[in-house]
Design a protein around this ligand. Sequence first.
Ligand code: SF4
Length: 504
Amino acid sequence: MNIIINGLEDKRYERPLQLIANLFYEETKLTVTEEPVASGQSLVLNINITRQVNKLHASAELLDPRLIAHRTSDFVKKETEKEEFKQYKNTVSHVFLSILQDYTGIRQKWGVLTGIRPTKLMHRHRMNGVAPDIARANLKEQYLITDEKIDLMERIVDRQLTMIPDLYKIQDEVSIYIGIPFCPTKCAYCTFPAFAIQGKLGKVSSFLAGLHYEIQETGRWLKERGVAITTIYFGGGTPTAITAEEMDELYKEMYRSFPDVKNVREVTVEAGRPDTISPDKLEILKKWDIDRICINPQSYTDETLKAIGRHHSVQETIDKFHLAREHGMNNINMDLIIGLPNEGVEEIKHSLAETKKLMPESVTVHTLSFKRASEMTLNREKYKVADRAEAEEMMNLAQKWTAENGYVPYYLYRQKNILGNLENVGYAMPGEESLYNIIIMEEVQTIIGLGCGAASKFIDHSSGSITQFANPKDPKSYNEGFMDYTSKKIAFLEGLFPPKVETL
Ligand code: SF4
């Protein structure tokens, strides 16, 4: 779809309006131009916005068929022009969304929101002491979010604050993410740093040497500065793709180098691919008191697993789940994906029925997203996926199933190009929610990323600014530069956590 916007002079509108257009159409080209255009194959809208003292008035008009939308919103003088422009942008987004909703007949349940973390908006209201009914009214009015999604946000925020009552006060601590970039094979939808462990780039031992160094140096700094760790998360890749001995050494390093690991609130190890799980590795996980693991079926249909290149069977997932239970793993998460190739309502019903036989402590329901670099996106025509209506039906089924089986939603995030403009939702048995997932999603604390592809997020609570720093995704570049990345991250930390001043 080609969309042309007349009437707005500022090119900065193009990006946010493009993101809104993407909610309605798979491939959209949107242009903000002052030049007169002939409509032809394009959808041409006139959008105007004016300010009168403390009010912004926006209107949007589509000529054929004739549709009109108006919005008046408050204008508040801000410190920077950028902040003031945000108010213009929101007002214009409103009228643009309204026209597209009327034109297509599609109602966007998240309204004008196109960001990844909608629950942050609800937290902001809570932090500022805004009453729940006012917060609800604001979200509805400002962003056009539907009651259904506001309900979901409220439930999630409540659960998060139950699990981490000091959620707004944990900025003096950090969490750690450790990225292990190896998998047995690469899945078709994957854009994570995941290299086939047998492949050329799979120099596991030299990668691990770099990772041990990062853990030692970061741990030394944390100990010296007296900064505690709230949670640790091993992701990747598949952290259980390395050998049991390598895992043992790594966790030993974690205990030796990091401060007070015994009192870290949660340590998670993703064991995503069942084909990497073995009795000796489970022994190691137990030996080092790993609290939570993830075994990810994604689907319980063998043909689907084959189509997405998972190279393991449904039976193997089930067997490995039982094996993990036998080895004392009592907090297991399982991921499901809605909208995998050739899957519809029947396959999701089947996956949920199989999940019921296992009853893991948490189930994360993802919706397929077409990430730019994945095999699936590059060869999209090869894969037949559900349409918007069916994706929504599947999501509703999953939601209903989790409620009926005692799970509660506790975190959510959205992605670009996600099927049906839906979301990913983590459900858990009450009390079994992953603290790390809450912390990373709500951006309440600095997260230090170590290892390949690990993204660090340095949060400056005095200014609210977030600085990201990513280690390289491939083991070769990582091996060449890990010392440099470590010292850069420590320099960031120095700025955020100054030495504590002793008072007499
Ligand atoms: S197991 Fe996970 S990280 Fe590894 S290739 Fe598949 S999706 Fe990517």
